[in-house]
Design a protein around this ligand. Structure first.
Ligand SMILES: [Fe+2]
Length: 131
């Protein structure tokens, strides 16, 4: 049986459409509320149909030297063209792009996970320093 960590796929978000792109400053001010933007399909669009879409994004923070991550935010995307008429019959689509805010006194690593309903879990990371 696979270890859960082996189920997390990663690649460069510029060449792999499932990987969440993390946009935030490389260095944030200690204790100041900072914005984090995470999107899937920033460079290469991911399909958004009833049968194939991005279902969720989660954002974690692992402070330097700590063992356990904090979960900062979790987003679900629930509209993918379905309606009472059936699959792919509406013009309503959630887009897998989110913004959230956090503050920290500690440097660390932001970790974003995206979940495609047919291609599984994808991970990206970004180091941030605090000054
Ligand atoms: Fe996919």
């Amino acid at each position: 049986m696979a270890d859960f960590k082996d189920l997390l796929q990663s690649a460069d978000w510029k060449t792999e459409k499932h990987v969440p792109a993390i946009d935030c400053p490389d260095k944030i001010s200690k204790g100041q509320i900072s914005q984090i933007d995470v999107s899937v399909g920033k460079q290469i669009a991911h399909p958004n149909t009833t049968e194939h879409h991005i279902r969720s994004i989660e954002i974690y923070f692992l402070a330097s030297g700590e063992k356990f991550p904090y979960i900062l935010a979790r987003f679900e995307f629930n509209a993918h063209g379905e309606s009472v008429q059936g699959p792919n019959t509406s013009t309503i689509f959630s887009e897998p792009r989110v913004s959230t805010y956090f503050k920290t006194d500690k440097a660390g690593t932001l970790i974003a996970l995206s979940y495609c309903n047919i291609h599984g879990l994808w991970k990206s990371e970004k180091e941030i320093s605090v000054g």
